[in-house]
Design a protein around this ligand. Sequence first.
Ligand code: MN
Length: 237
Amino acid sequence: MSLTVPAFDLLPATELPITGTEDIFPVGRIFCVGRNYADHVVEMGGDPDREEPFFFTKPANALTQDDVVPYPSHTEDLHHEMELVVAIGPSVAQHGMNISVRDALSHVFGYAAGVDLTRRDLQAEAKKRGRPWDMAKGFDFSCPCSDLRLASDIGHPESGAVKLSVDGELKQDGDLAQQVWKVPEIVANLSTYVTLRPGDLIMTGTPAGVGPLLSGQRVEGEIEGIGQVAFTVAADR
Ligand code: MN
């Protein structure tokens, strides 16, 4: 009988500060909803009828609060997508599977404002060839994110402006009320595919106005009542 010990330590886990507390939120997984605002579905060439939500993921360490985000390799078309981020709390530990719509919000610990950075050219190629989206969506620094606001402080917002500007020019100007699938429905639906765990984040889709980012540009995003996220795309590629 021998004890087993890790051959090496993992790098530190990703953490998100919680506004108004000394606590940090330890980030488990990052799930993302595709096409959840009708006007964005149309701009991406889709049918805005309410079809089942679909999900993709980013690794937890894609999350960043750095002021400078590198322009990623393998793309000439880096896009911004401003999104409400839902944080799943500890109460889900024994109840993470097949959550009902009615119970879903009781497992939402808080909210943040995040950007789903996307290699749009790689995503278009993946769609065309039936390949995975991972390298289009889950690259390093692909999830700039604000601090977390507790649901116990701000409640569960159903409306509020979702804005993103590039070099001071407003590019995205939507509202949470325009979401096709609401937060309780997203949590419930996702929990039929995976057992949700404390620390999971869910990016809930973006309104219209997505577009390219260039090296050196300043990005400022805000979700009304929840938070702000700002970063500069590194000048050197
Ligand atoms: Mn997105």
